[in-house]
Every structure is written in structure tokens, then in C-alpha cells.
Design a protein around this ligand. Sequence first.
Ligand SMILES: [Zn+2]
Length: 314
Amino acid sequence: MKQTTLKKAVVLEDIGVHSGKPARLTIHPAEANSGHTFLRTNLENGRERLIDARHSAVAATELQTVISDGNGASIATIEHCLSALAGLGIDNALIEIDGPEVPILDGSAARFVEAIDSVGIVTLSKSRKVLKVLKTVRVEMGSAWAELVPASSGFRLDVEIDFENRMIGRQRRVFDMSPAAYRRDIARARTFGFMRDVEKLWKAGFARGASLENTIAVDEERIVNPEGLRFTDEFVRHKLLDAVGDLSLAGATLQGTYRAYMPGHKLNFKMLEALFADRTAYSYSDTATKREPQYEHGRAEVFISASAYAADMS
Ligand SMILES: [Zn+2]
């Protein structure tokens, strides 16, 4: 399998679901072995910062996944955009954003997928980097748990949720990663929240951009959104969507099975931390080291032109 990138840049604009702040996000093609990198523009004094979409850059995992350069630049709610990239099998992309939080759009990954599909995907000359799980690694948080288990091929996710709220209840879904299955079964599943939590979330600085346009609002007895659900088990499908995005912070395509009960961003992140903490638990199919970055991580000023990313496309 060869690496891929987008054929052309795509632009998406909207507010962030937690900050309520607007941002313009441009997903650019990127060269082989560069992975997924965010470029945060429009910082004070026109500064720009690159932040690799890697678990080592994760700064917060409460209700969203946030990455930071450790020096004042951060990007929030990266998971749905990364999920679309990983779900469509895109290995390399430069994600430029001029605000603090990725646009929420309709609360799923559907708009990212539509945008990428509108320009298409190109195959690059280098082999895809695969991270193979070699032994079972497990993490627990209260009653929630997650495991990465070896598999002879492919990436499977097996997620179960069990909420007291009877509009959700117990849902379990197994998903074998492929772009076609991702488009059909996962990409359209929206984020959700409970009406009873809204005031508490607002006070804590969350959900300030949330609305029925971008979130399934769940009451004790009903789904508040007039259009209802897109799938009867849309909730567990969204958990799968989030896990695909969060686990892409491994920086390579996973070969293994992710099993989880009641996962959230924190548990997904702990899973990667536990995996990378044990060097005997994984190996890479392609041992070629990552291209040496031409910038000092999180410090250098960078200037991006589309032509700089066109060289390796075929
Ligand atoms: Zn989500």
C-alpha cells in the first residue's frame, strides 16, 4: 500500500463547538512521510506555528482533543477532521487553521469527507507506514476500559457504550476500517450532549458553539433535534468516529483491534500513551525514519505555498 494525500486544497469554515469562535480551515496536500500537521496561523503579531498531529502534542482531552506547541499555540477539537483523514486513508495533509478550534460543521465528519471527495485523493510513491500491535495493551478509567490487541491484518474497532439515559442505553458496534465503510457507516454520525448538562458546560467554557445544527441534544425522554437521528445507534457510531480520529495521533496506520467500553478522548489518549510506553508492544512495517523536520518544533516561522507541497504527487 502506497501513501496518499489530497489532490488539491479544500477550505471549510465555521465556529468551534466549544469556543464558539469562527475559524477557516484549509486542508492542503502534503508530501510523503510528513503525516498530519496543523499550521496555526493568525496568532498575535501574525505569528504562525506548526504542531504535529501526534499524541505527544496532546494538551487536553476533556470533551475534545486539544494539541499544543507548549508555547501558547493550541488547536482544539481536532478529532473529527483527523477522523475524516484517517477514515479516507489519507496519510499526509497540512491542516492550516486561523483560529483556536476546528470548525464543528454538522458535528460529524461528513463535511470533511465531502470536501476531500470533491477534490480527490492521489497516491504517492512511498509505502504506507503501518504500526503493528504486537501484544495486548490495556488501560482503565473507573468502569471504562480500552485495549489494543494484535491482529493478522487490518484495523478493527469494537466499541460499546452503556448510558443510563434510555434514549441511548447500551449500544455496541464493530467497525473494520476501510474508506468505503467509513463513508457509509461512520462519517455521518454526529456528536451528542445531554440537555441537563448544558448550563454546567457553558459555565466551564464548553459547548458555547453547540446548537441543534451541530449536536444531537438528548433529553431524558427524547431526542430534541426535530430531524431525529441519522442512525438508530448514531451514538456508538460517533464514538467510533472519535476513536478513529484520536488513534490517528499514533502517526501511522494501525494494524490491530481496538476494543473499548465507554471510551472518550481521555481514554483514547491513555491508550496511545500506554502503547508507546512499551517498546515491545508495537513495531513499524516501514522502518524508514520520518523526514527530518525542516523547522525547530513549534518555534520556527513558516511560510507555506501550495507549490511547495506539489513536488511529490503522482
Ligand atoms: Zn466527537
